[in-house]
Design a protein around this ligand. Structure first.
Ligand code: NAD
Length: 248
């Protein structure tokens, strides 16, 4: 489990989960690159790149620059993702397009650009970790939401289901290049600024482990999928949800 000098690229590095992954790899002495469309939030030192992942040209340049400088990207984490919290009857084309572009098309474009560079530089090994969600294979329980709560919309689940499928597709396609592609699907992550007490209580009651997830709950899966010990693991979706999806 030696990650010293490993080159790690994380999208959505300013977010709740992204920040925790960045801190993990900084602690492990990796060379960390983080992309986010908003201004750098963390006070920690790493290579922050302000960019919108839906901007193909910008992303292509970023990947080319990192690979030219570091000669590799060892671990690539597709973490940036968005949702929307309005009623499905009010869904607009713009919303659909924006969420699909961010959560699905960007993952496809980023992986494409990564593999083009990987082939050009004749690299020997790579790791891609996508962040899915339990809503990629489960429907929300609408009873746990009260008025004003941010409920998981139809388009979010549809995009996360695509992320899980893309993981399998690329795992097979890229296996002979020695690029492993896996997914981590978190359950709901606690965020007291965005979630109501009522929602948190209702959610907790449904989870066998009796609580919502925390960003740190995902880190052992990140370490495992990034390490040499998972060489033979590809195309998998590791569900980290306190057992929520195991029962009715
Ligand atoms: P977050 O909103 O805290 O962070 C997401 C980050 O991505 C933000 O910093 C945002 O600026 C950035 N981002 C969004 N669109 C971008 C774009 N076009 N270009 C560049 N950066 C962009 O979200 P989070 O809770 O940390 O979620 C991270 C991932 O985990 C997402 O893919 C999300 O769907 C998934 N997830 C979250 C939860 C949860 O409960 N929080 C549960 C399951 C899965």
């Amino acid at each position: 489990f030696n990650f010293e000098n490993k080159v790690v690229l994380i999208t959505g590095c300013n977010g709740q989960i992204g920040d925790s992954i960045v801190n993990l790899f900084i602690d492990l002495k990796s060379k960390v690159y983080g992309i986010d469309k908003s201004k750098k939030k963390s006070k920690k030192k790493f290579n922050f790149l302000k960019a919108d992942i839906t901007n193909q040209n910008k992303i292509k340049k970023i990947i080319n620059t990192i690979i030219s400088k570091e000669k590799k990207i060892d671990i690539f984490i597709n973490n940036a993702g968005i949702s929307i919290f309005t009623n499905f009857k009010k869904r607009t084309e713009n919303e659909l397009e924006k969420i699909f572009k961010t959560n699905v098309a960007s993952v496809i474009n980023i992986i494409k650009n990564y593999v083009i560079q990987y082939d050009k530089k004749k690299l020997k090994k790579g790791r891609i970790i996508n962040i899915g969600s339990i809503y990629g294979f489960l429907s929300p329980d609408f009873k746990i939401y009260s008025k004003g709560d941010r409920f998981s919309p139809e388009i979010y689940g549809a995009t996360k289901s695509s992320v899980i499928q893309l993981t399998k597709y690329y795992a097979v396609l890229l296996a002979d290049r020695n690029i492993n592609v896996n997914c981590i699907s978190p359950g709901g992550i606690l965020n007291t600024k965005l979630q109501s007490k009522n929602f948190i209580n209702n959610y907790n009651k449904r989870v066998p482990k009796k609580r919502m997830g925390l960003p740190k709950d995902l880190l052992t899966s990140i370490i495992y999928l990034s390490s040499d010990y998972s060489d033979y693991t590809t195309g998998q979706n590791i569900i980290v949800d306190g057992g929520l999806s195991l029962k009715w």
